[in-house]
Design a protein around this ligand. Structure first.
Ligand code: ADP
Length: 671
């Protein structure tokens, strides 16, 4: 053995360790789940690497072994695998820092919780304000320790059960083995050692058993057996426990030989059923089993929102087990985040995140697809071009959307909870030409019909009066902005519902939302609107034409004053109480989209819009009066600018020259 070299844990890892050591958490047994899970991953990795490098594997079957011992030196539990192992550098990197993002987030939440706890204590001292303490408790989830149960905290959780942890590991394909030892006190030591084969052995020097505080005696066979069954039954490799029994030798007739000394017989008993959970009939799997499996593959600490299992038989067979998580991951909108399902070929994991199996807009799904009919050395290229993979993906989309629609119908509350977390991602599906029709029924919108509720498109259509031709919508910054927008006045007046699209991505998706159930989707801020029956429309149009002729010269003058900003000034058929609004032509960009593009640094040509005046508003007759008195009156130009400003403010757009607007208002007030 080489001289041990001592290292410091990185600070996040140190924090986590401290918490583990002082944990009052009552499910300390999860450390075994975490260590077995790491071993299972290490075996997966070896099996996968060996596909291309057969020299890495020996003949020994892949397995995980557990054994315990108790004696003078203490009580020990060993967890061993003959998986990929770690090199010296990997040991230092993997077991000295926090590797996985879930654990990092855990550390962050923990720090937050601690801070809130501290603040709560301060608040209590200073003011004895019960409410504030309550708020802080809500922020901590009540109890720092409870966070441990929610997160899988990986290797470090072994310190909940052990006061010293030793890891001896040898990487497959290398000769040198490494020993890592720590008591969790801020440092660990690393030395070069010998190990006969590749793989990893973890030895826990167990703390005293303390069942009242959730720490059972892990040298007891039944404790290990029960824990493995509970958390790791589906692990694909045998988890064997060493058992010993005393046996007195027998003679040929099976009679004990008198005076002979009892022998110790060692047996390795497999504790887990190893059945790939996805290959079992749905009716044979409990919700808890699915949940444990989900937590294992998703690195999540909560049960999934929904579990979807299905299979195909025949020419091309496969099994799929797909989970909808209950929480959106924090990196859901990170551009280069990797996503996908695990792809197995006959129980061999060939790709951990096969994004070929999911469209972007379902990237939050977790799960497994196993097909015996795919090749073991599937490359990315093959996967992308394989028609069979495409058909699995289609089926996953269909099954997932069906399940979600089912929830939307049966339990609206529950669906809305899901929608709040994942709705924005689902909406991206509208831009996916192939799946658009499956996504549309899942969408939920606020609308003018009921301020408290969200509606589906189908429900909207159901409420449409017979003569209503299109599904109307408005985009805006907030519900209130939409509700108060001049653009919706005529529609609401007529009893037509307007959808409120208030999410910034709505600006983009409405471009793809052309129709639903043969009804066109139409923006209330674009084009000409004529509402009602054919007869009503004709009459309204005639009346408007007549008025437009009567005001023609005035409108022209206003247009001239605003030439820089608007391309046309006309009388409106959409305004009922507001004097003025700005609209676009059918294919124009909305101002919201224009702003979105500008913010993202994409140059977009400034589009001039159309200013519409309310023909029935007293302002119009006032202006007409001024104009008839004196067509040169400079006030008309000022008023034109004020009207334009008002229209912008009403729709939540910025003014081109706020100072000039303010000055004109001030002048008007002075008069
Ligand atoms: P996680 O398993 O979530 O990545 P852990 O803290 O449990 O986090 O483990 C950190 C890393 O240490 C693992 O990602 C893996 O690379 C390595 N590791 C842990 N246990 C083993 C093992 N039994 N064999 C090989 N590598 C391991």
């Amino acid at each position: 053995m080489s001289q041990p070299e001592v290292f410091q844990f990185k600070s996040e890892a140190r924090q986590l360790l401290e918490l583990m050591i002082h944990s009052l958490y009552s499910n300390k047994e999860i450390f075994l789940r975490e260590l077995i899970s790491n071993s299972s991953d290490a075996l997966d990795k070896l099996r996968f690497e060996a596909l291309t490098r057969p020299d890495l594997r020996d003949d020994a079957p892949l397995k995980i072994r557990l054994w315990s011992e108790a004696g003078e030196g203490g009580r020990f539990l060993h967890i061993e695998d003959n998986g990929i192992g770690m090199s010296r550098d990997e040991v230092i990197a993997n077991l000295g820092t926090i590797a996985r993002s879930g654990t990092k987030e855990f550390a962050a939440r923990m720090a937050e919780a601690r801070k809130a706890e501290g603040e709560a204590a301060d608040a209590e001292k200073a003011t004895e304000d019960a409410q504030e303490t309550e708020a802080a408790e809500a922020a901590t989830g009540g109890d720092v320790e409870s966070l441990i149960g929610q997160f899988g905290v990986g290797f470090y959780s072994s310190f909940m059960a052990a006061d010293e942890v030793t890891v001896v590991t040898r990487k497959a394909g290398e000769d040198q083995a490494t020993r890592w030892v720590s008591t969790g006190d801020g440092t660990f030591s690393v030395a070069d050692v010998q190990r006969d084969t590749h793989g990893t052995t973890i030895t826990l020097k167990l703390r005293d058993a303390d069942p009242d505080n959730g720490l059972q005696d892990f040298t007891a066979e039944w404790v290990v057996r029960q824990t493995v069954k509970k958390y790791s039954d589906f692990v694909q490799y045998p988890i064997e426990l060493r058992t010993e029994r005393e046996e007195t030798p027998t003679d040929d007739d099976g009679e004990e030989i008198e005076g002979a000394e009892a022998e110790t017989i060692v047996e390795w008993q497999t504790l887990n059923s190893m059945k790939a959970i996805w290959s079992r009939a749905k009716s044979d799997v409990t919700d808890e089993e699915y949940a444990e499996f989900y937590k294992h593959i998703a690195n999540d600490w909560e049960a999934p929102f929904e579990t979807i299992a299905f299979k195909a038989e025949g020419m091309f067979a496969y099994q799929a087990l797909v989970f909808v998580p209950d929480r959106a991951p924090f990196d859901l909108f990170y551009r280069d985040q990797k996503f996908g399902l695990q792809l197995y070929v006959n129980r061999v994991l060939v790709k951990d995140k096969a994004d070929e199996l999911l469209p972007d807009w379902l990237r939050f799904l977790k799960g497994v697809v196993d097909s015996p009919d795919l090749s073991l050395n599937v490359s990315r290229e093959i996967l992308q071009n394989d028609r069979r993979v495409g058909s699995i993906k289609k089926k996953i989309v269909r099954k997932t959307c069906d399940a979600l629609v089912g929830i939307q119908k049966d339990d609206r509350e529950r669906y809305l909870g899901f929608w709040e977390k994942f709705g924005r991602v689902l909406k991206e599906g509208v831009t996916d030409f192939q799946s658009k029709d499956r996504v549309l029924p899942l969408l939920m919108f606020a609308s003018s019909a009921d301020p408290e509720q969200l509606t589906t498109l189908a429900e909207y259509v159901e409420r449409m009066p017979e003569e209503q031709e299109a599904i109307y919508y408005i985009t805006g910054e907030s519900r209130t902005a939409c509700e108060n927008s001049p653009h919706i006045e005529a529609f609401v007046d007529k009893g037509y519902e307007v959808l409120f699209m208030t999410d910034p991505v709505d600006e983009i998706i409405v471009g793809h939302l052309t129709d639903f159930e043969e009804k066109k989707l139409q923006s209330v801020g674009k084009g000409n609107v004529e509402l009602g029956t054919e007869e009503e429309k004709k009459l309204a149009e005639e009346a408007r034409k007549e008025k437009e002729e009567a005001h023609a010269s005035l409108l022209e003058l206003i247009q001239k004053s605003l030439d820089e900003h608007v391309k046309e000034v006309r009388l409106s058929s959409r305004l009922k109480s507001s004097p003025v609004c700005l609209v676009g032509e059918e294919f124009d960009m909305t101002p919201g989209l224009q702003r979105l593009l500008e913010q993202s640094g994409q140059a977009s040509p400034k589009q001039k819009r159309i200013l519409e005046l309310n023909p029935d508003h007293p302002i119009l007759s006032k202006l007409q009066g001024l104009y008839e008195e004196n067509a040169e009156n400079p006030l008309i130009g000022d008023y034109a600018h004020l009207l334009h400003g008002q229209a912008l403010i009403a729709e939540g757009s910025p003014l081109p020259d706020p100072a000039a607007f303010a000055r004109r208002v001030a002048e008007l007030m002075t008069r």
